[in-house]
Ligand binder design. Structure first.
Ligand code: SF4
Ligand code: SF4
Length: 356
């Protein structure tokens, strides 16, 4: 395959920044307080939204928001830069986007009044809903009390049709434990086990999470591992070219699906990408991925990569670990962006000494 054919996206998310107030163990984009303080430029954002507008379609049924539908603003934590978020929502409204929502960890919801005020202002600007992150990873750094306040205000302002929780299973478990403040994940697991072992199973179901991103270095112990050869025949051609829930980051990288750290090109020129496809001639990592994970492994091995002896929890674990090696130890692959994503994971992989 010489050219990767990209389909015009029907739903998308825009990462306003990789900066966040905390560092969730499951974060696909490895967001962190340590991430560079780079935020998308409003002029560039307008160009990105103009490119996305013709193909993004409303959620179904109309009047609701859906995780994988419409347009969402995310991060990082979008409320760390509220003026930019407000401007982004106004731009989306001006361009006629349907089903626009924002994701938040609610760190800023110190009272229902504060949350109500901001949500109301955003709603007046065109926002249709909120996705509230409620899970044991966020609660390691955001008190559950704030999440509850954010959720109460979201329901007031946007109603049930405009409020999503990620994830109701976790929220039920945290409430059953009577958590109000923050809680270490290890204590969450221990307390669920003490309360009711069945709750532990329900309240930490690794199946809810996508085994990719930071998770593969922080929560791998919860998953079964398999050798690389078990994933060698997996091809990601479909994932790389899919038309739903794609992302654009603050550096304008057009990221397929949830494949953090992979850039198909500049989202400000999305139409060119869709019309002409992505040239694989000078993107060897993408070319290998479009073929199979075995091809990626071969490419990484040629550059000194050594397979993890303990194996991998998922195809995306193998993919990410090989890409991490190529981005950090070799460098120069323009499809592996942004560099700060790989640097954040490299720091993590070094501490403690690499398992496997
Ligand atoms: S709150 Fe969201 S963006 Fe921030 S670290 Fe957690 S998952 Fe990532
Ligand atoms: S294996 Fe890599 S390219 Fe395929 S879906 Fe996972 S992260 Fe994306």
């Amino acid at each position: 395959m010489e050219v990767l054919r990209v389909r015009a996206p029907v739903s998308a998310g825009v990462l306003l920044s990789y900066k966040c107030t905390g560092e969730c163990r499951h974060c696909m984009y490895a967001c962190s307080p340590l991430a560079p303080g780079d935020w998308i430029d409003p002029g560039g954002l307008r160009r990105v939204l103009e490119e996305l507008a013709p193909s993004v379609v409303p959620a179904s049924p109309r009047g609701r928001i859906g995780v994988n539908e419409g347009l969402h603003f995310t991060g990082g934590e979008p409320f760390l830069n509220y003026p930019l978020l407000l401007e982004a929502v106004r731009l989306a409204e001006e361009l006629g986007f349907p089903s626009v929502f924002v994701e938040t960890n609610c760190f800023w919801c110190t009272s229902v009044e504060v949350a109500r005020e901001r949500f109301s202002e955003l709603r007046a600007a065109g926002l249709e809903g909120v996705l509230v992150s409620a899970n044991p990873f966020v609660v390691e750094h955001v008190p559950l009390d704030r999440v509850e306040k954010g959720l109460a205000a979201a329901l007031e302002v946007f109603g049930e049709r405009g409020t999503l929780v990620y994830h109701p299973v976790y929220l039920r478990a945290l409430r059953a434990l009577g958590v109000r403040g923050t809680l270490k994940f290890e204590d969450y697991e221990r307390r669920l086990l003490e309360l009711d072992p069945a709750l532990l199973l329900a309240g930490f179901n690794p199946g809810i999470l996508l085994p990719m991103g930071r998770l593969v270095y922080t929560l791998a112990h919860l998953y079964e591992r398999k050798p690389a050869k078990a994933f060698a025949r997996v091809s990601c051609a479909e994932e790389l070219t899919r038309d739903w829930h794609v992302h654009v980051d603050c550096y304008y990288n057009y990221i397929p699906g949830y494949c953090a750290g992979i850039s198909l090109g500049d989202a400000r020129r999305l139409r060119e990408l869709v019309e002409g496809g992505v040239d694989l001639g000078d993107r060897p990592v993408l070319a290998a991925l479009a073929e199979s994970l075995g091809s990626l492994l071969e490419l990484a091995r040629e550059h000194g990569y050594r397979e993890l002896e303990r194996g991998y929890v998922s195809p995306c674990h193998l993919c990410l670990d090989a890409r991490l090696h190529l981005a950090i130890e070799v460098g120069g692959f323009k499809e592996l962006q942004p560099g700060s994503f790989y640097e954040a994971l490299a720091r993590l992989r070094e501490l403690p000494p690499r398992a496997g």
